[in-house]
Design a protein around this ligand. Structure first.
Ligand code: AGP
Length: 635
């Protein structure tokens, strides 16, 4: 890092302990032009509310400096804080942010914009090397006010500006120091005629107006003002004034094509997808990177979860693990059992939270109780956790920061799926699987139940997961075609063995939830002990067939039994397309093979799509299916 000539200290001198603070799902809006900025920024942030957030803030350029207002909670709190701040209401240039904390507390101090000297800055993404940068900046005299990774970027930018670099050069130098993903928007009190923008791995768009320009993380935020959009690419730096958009990449000016968006505002919120569920299915490649990011060192075969320090210290003493959850999260627990038993060699039980809490639960100090929940507010899961608390060590695996379950548990492992809006859980499930796999590896390392090479191998496969998910999503059209053939059927049977049995359960749950078609998941080997009586041409069977040798052959035998009884069969498999199945299914959906541990996750994706397409064909309310709530806060 270059040595700064000056670093302007801001705020209190009280030391703040840095914490990892990732904000990949936040909303960003910027405005510069001839109108008052505040209503445009607030309106844009309101449009992004669907993404979920826990705090917000706005910074505007005013005569002689920058004014900032931030608040925790909903935008109404920000509006209240802004009321009476006349000085802010007159500005014609500003930046606004809604923060959805995925790690780190949702406080006013952690809310964006962050300031340093003459600079005010907002950020989506993660600065991976922020701890080293912060230490270095602190040694040089910078005083930090927040726990965020973002604040280092504000200090760095301020430093380069103070060193005399031009605004965009300073931005370029700052981006050269940080490692990670980002969409940055910054304003400089000494150059109040422009907004600086930088992008790497986090989406950001520019909107062109007449005598005014806009910047946003998502199209809906600026749709009421313009439909002329310029999408920035990784490595782009932009300087946005009221009349111009200047974009460069690696030092050269670039021209990014202007596009005209024809979406209505609701379609825009869904990122152009017809439903939130479909958007969230497609989100998976990206959010799984968020679940994994900064949590392991592939070379060392090591998993780093500082938030589980307490568990790390006790890892060797744990004699039993009990996983509790409801619905889809319960299916994730069934997969978690496989991971924990095979990696960490600890006996595991999985219980429905609603059952566990009313049984005599034999929990002692050597038991680890894991409550898995997307929302962290499911009453039964919270109740189960309460039963265990004070007896054993408790851990929440949760998506929503600061949710009730997180506050109750001794430790929390966040899944970083981002806000899940559709009632049917999709990306929350897959991120839960990965979080539980990381947890199992973490325990295995500390218990010495896996060699470094074995752990490294598992981690290497996790590295490929986001791209394998992206590849898997290419089956969408084939799944839609199969769904068309099957949409009018009234019953379905989903079969799977081993780690694919929970996937059969999850596939059936998804289908019944949103299409209202009766579906059952069953262990394929159990079929002949009863359900086989149901099989005929009116009962289609979805077989989840993993290539793992022993189970592959056994599942094929089950498939033949089903076919012999006239059932219509859909095979979802990670076997290679060349591999003979010896049966002729109505449809065969192939997903890529990465590793046997990751097969269930990838095989689940076509089932999410199948449920989705069948539901759409049946005209149900996909995102808000009848009788269901996103979080069940009653018994
Ligand atoms: C999933 O599609 C369902 N909507 C439901 O089963 C859900 O998983 C369950 O209610 C648990 O919710 P939680 O993860 O928020 O605790």
């Amino acid at each position: 890092m270059r040595s700064p000539s000056a670093c302007i200290a801001v705020g209190s001198r009280r030391a703040v302990r840095p914490k990892r603070n990732t904000e990949a799902m936040c909303g960003i809006v910027g405005y510069i032009g001839n109108r008052e900025a505040l209503p445009i920024l607030l309106g844009g942030l309101e449009t992004l509310e669907y993404r979920g957030y826990d705090s917000s803030g706005i910074a505007v350029c005013v005569k002689g400096g920058i004014e900032i207002t931030r608040a925790t909670g909903k935008l109404i709190e920000l509006k209240k804080a802004l009321a009476g701040r006349k000085v802010m209401s007159e500005s014609r240039i500003g930046i606004g942010h809604t923060r959805w904390a995925t790690h780190g507390r949702p406080t006013e101090t952690n809310a964006h914009p962050h300031s340093a000297g003459r600079v005010s800055l907002i950020h989506n993404g993660i600065i991976e090397n922020y701890l080293e940068l912060r230490a270095e900046l602190e040694r040089e005299g910078c005083v930090f006010k927040s726990e965020t990774d973002t604040e280092v970027a504000a200090h760095l930018l301020n430093r380069f500006l103070e060193q005399g670099f031009k605004p965009l050069e300073a931005m370029r130098l700052m981006c050269g120091e940080v490692r990670g993903s980002y969409a940055f928007l910054a304003i400089d009190a000494e150059n109040p005629d422009r907004i600086l923008v930088a992008k790497n791995s986090t989406p950001i768009i520019l909107g062109r107006g007449e005598g005014e320009n806009f910047i946003a993380s998502d199209i809906p935020a600026i749709l009421p003002h313009t439909r002329r959009i310029v999408i920035l690419e990784d490595g782009d730096l932009a300087e946005v004034t009221a009349d111009s958009l200047y974009i460069e990449n690696r030092g050269s000016i670039v021209k990014r094509q202007e596009q005209t968006v024809s979406w209505d505002p609701i379609t825009a919120q869904k990122g152009g997808f017809k439903h939130f569920m479909l958007k969230e299915i497609y989100d998976q490649a990206r959010v799984l990177s968020d679940t994994l990011r900064s949590r392991f060192n592939e070379q060392e075969g090591s998993v780093q979860l500082p938030e589980l320090e307490k568990l790390g210290a006790k890892a060797k003493e744990i004699k039993r693990v009990v996983l509790v959850a409801c619905g889809t999260a319960w299916h994730a627990c069934l997969e978690g059992k496989f991971f924990i038993e095979s990696f960490a060699r600890i006996p595991c039980e999985v219980d429905y939270a609603s059952e566990f809490r009313y049984r005599t639960s034999l929990i002692d100090s050597d038991t680890l109780v894991i409550a898995v929940s997307q929302s962290g507010e499911t009453l039964d899961t919270l109740g189960a956790l309460e039963c265990a608390s004070g007896k054993g060590l408790t851990l929440a695996v949760c998506n929503v920061v600061g949710a009730s379950i997180c506050r109750k548990a001794d430790m929390v492992l966040y899944t970083h799926a981002g806000p899940e809006i559709s009632v049917a859980s999709t990306k929350a499930f897959t991120t839960q699987l990965v979080a539980l796999e990381l947890l199992a590896l973490y325990l295995a390392e500390r218990r010495g139940t896996m060699s470094t090479d074995e752990r490294r191998k598992v981690l290497q496969s996790l590295v490929h997961l986001p791209s394998a998910v992206a590849q898997t999503l290419r089956v969408d059209a084939a799944v839609a075609a199969a769904a068309k053939q099957l949409a009018s059927v009234r019953d379905f049977l989903f079969l799977g063995r081993g780690t694919c049995y929970p996937i059969a359960l999850e596939g059936a749950l998804k289908l019944k939830e949103i299409s209202y078609i009766h579906a059952e998941g069953y262990p394929a080997g159990e079929m002949k002990h009863g359900p086989i009586a149901l099989i005929d041409e009116r009962m289609p069977v979805v077989m989840i067939l993993q290539r793992e040798k022993q189970l592959f052959e056994k599942s094929l035998s089950n498939l033949k039994e089903v076919e012999a009884r006239g059932a219509r069969v859909v095979v979802v498999t990670d076997a290679s397309p060349e591999q003979a199945l010896g049966v002729t299914p109505e449809a065969t959906i192939h997903v890529p093979f990465v590793s046997s541990e990751l097969s269930p996750l990838l095989l689940n994706i076509p089932l999410q799509l199948l449920a989705y397409h069948v539901a759409v064909m049946n005209g149900t309310d996909v995102d808000l299916p009848r009788n269901l709530a996103k979080s069940v806060t009653v018994e």
